[in-house]
Write a protein that binds this ligand. Structure first.
Ligand SMILES: Cc1cc2nc3c(=O)[nH]c(=O)nc-3n(C[C@H](O)[C@H](O)[C@H](O)COP(=O)(O)O)c2cc1C
Length: 402
């Protein structure tokens, strides 16, 4: 069994805390320490995006987190708990927008949901597998969409290294990843990502496009179709960020008619990411979306949005079975996945932990993160008596009374 990524007893964790780099205190580090961390990051070879040679020693989670911290600090402090406190307001960057409350809502609300332990049953080996748009997954977890290697993550990896790390790590853990379309990216950056997707992964990923004009989106859909992509998505919740779009481009909210045009324009399953209400979930399904992603973009687009764990149950009740229900927001552990499944999600997306994995250990680092979540989910399902991740009963969770 792999070591818990949140194990506060691990030597790395203890050192981290001792060094005073706990959430919110990282910024107080002496300039000298910061310089040392930066120098170490620069001296480190570009993240090992490639598969390690056979027989190479296996990566340890403590090392992945240490290297990630060296590379990403101060953009990401790689806090013991990735809860949105230290990085509040840091967008671009790794945080939540404004006060950071929307990010914190995701984390805190999910954290306040408890699991109901049941051990009088015969579930010894729970079945974690599921199918997403025809793809068999080893567990109901994929990467989330994380773009902006340059403006969000400090340019410590190339676009190619990052895409290989995320998609390769997910593939090695038996699941799939998503490819982004950053708001500040020129077309050539998107083309580079799609080239890696096609050449190295035979298109096996879901590709998200910003809510540009429909004409621009459809142009990119064609590229994804040509690359053999699994599905296309639009992160409609980026609609308020026109000021950050590259010159000559824009992002915009869409009417149901415009969304229907997008759904019809592609042969691939169409997903709308950024659904936070029952009303829009129903419209999304009605206009032909094959999937919805319940998401507030990791709290990065509109301050004070509720947690996805708050809105998910009603949305799932309204559209379950009519479209695939994806969800993201503070998935940090396998237990978080089980909670979201009990609230009606089909598949969960994991964001910031994989940014750490990619920077701390490339493809292997991402696979390690995913495999730890898988191990945690296996234990959580065993100890709650859930035989299959495809059918998780609601009585597995209980909400703390206020
Ligand atoms: C650095 C970073 C970049 C992101 N870029 C995108 C993006 O380009 N498109 C998108 O739809 N979502 C993007 N997201 C949001 C994620 O897809 C996801 O909704 C969110 O990160 C999930 O929360 P978590 O990071 O707490 O797991 C980004 C998130 C982060 C942290």
């Amino acid at each position: 069994m792999t070591k818990d990524i949140h194990d506060t007893e691990s030597p790395t964790r203890r050192n981290f805390i001792k060094a005073g780099m706990v959430a919110g205190v990282g910024a107080l580090l002496s300039p000298l320490l910061v310089k040392t961390a930066q120098a170490a990051a620069e001296a480190a070879p570009a993240a090992a995006a490639a598969t390690p040679p056979a027989g190479a020693p296996k990566l340890k989670i403590g090392d992945v987190l240490r290297v990630a911290r060296e590379k990403l600090y101060p953009i990401c402090r790689v806090c013991p708990e990735c809860d949105g406190v230290a990085c509040a307001g840091e967008v671009p960057g790794m945080g939540g927008i404004g006060s950071g409350q929307a990010f914190k809502n995701n984390y805190n609300t999910l954290n306040r949901i408890d699991l109901v332990m049941r051990t009088f049953h015969d579930v010894k080996k729970p079945d974690l597998t599921t199918t997403l748009f025809g793809q068999k997954l080893s567990m109901p977890v994929t990467s989330a969409v994380t773009g902006g290697v340059s403006y969000n993550m400090g340019n410590k990896m190339t676009e190619e290294e990052y895409v290989i790390s995320i998609l390769g790590g997910c593939q090695d853990a038996g699941t799939i990843g998503w490819v982004a379309d950053g708001i500040g990216d020129q077309m050539d950056v998107f083309e580079r990502r799609i080239a890696v997707l096609k050449q190295q992964f035979g298109g096996r990923a879901i590709v998200t496009i910003k809510p540009k004009t429909n004409e621009e989106i459809i142009k990119r859909f064609r590229m994804v179709e040509e690359a053999g992509g699994i599905a296309v998505a639009i992160d409609i919740d980026s609609a308020g960020r026109a000021a950050r779009a590259v010159p000559g481009q824009t992002v915009e909210p869409k009417t149901p008619k415009q969304l229907a045009e997008l759904a019809k324009s592609t042969s691939l399953p169409f997903i709308i990411k950024g659904i936070m209400t029952v009303e829009e979930a129903k419209i999304a399904v009605d206009i032909g979306a094959k999937g919805i992603a319940v998401s507030n973009h990791g709290g990065r687009v509109l301050d004070y949005t509720p947690a996805t764990a708050t809105v998910l149950p009603a949305i799932a009740e309204a559209v379950k079975g009519r479209a695939v229900i994806l969800v993201d927001g503070a998935v940090r552990r396998g237990q978080d996945v089980l909670k979201y499944l009990a609230m009606g999600a089909d598949v969960c997306l994991c964001g910031r932990p994989l940014v750490r994995g990619a920077h701390g250990g490339g493809r292997e680092g991402v696979a390690l993160m995913m495999n730890i979540i898988k191990d945690e989910l296996t234990v959580a399902m065993t100890l709650t008596g859930v035989p299959s991740a495809r059918n998780v009963p609601a009585n597995v969770i209980t909400r703390e009374q206020a």
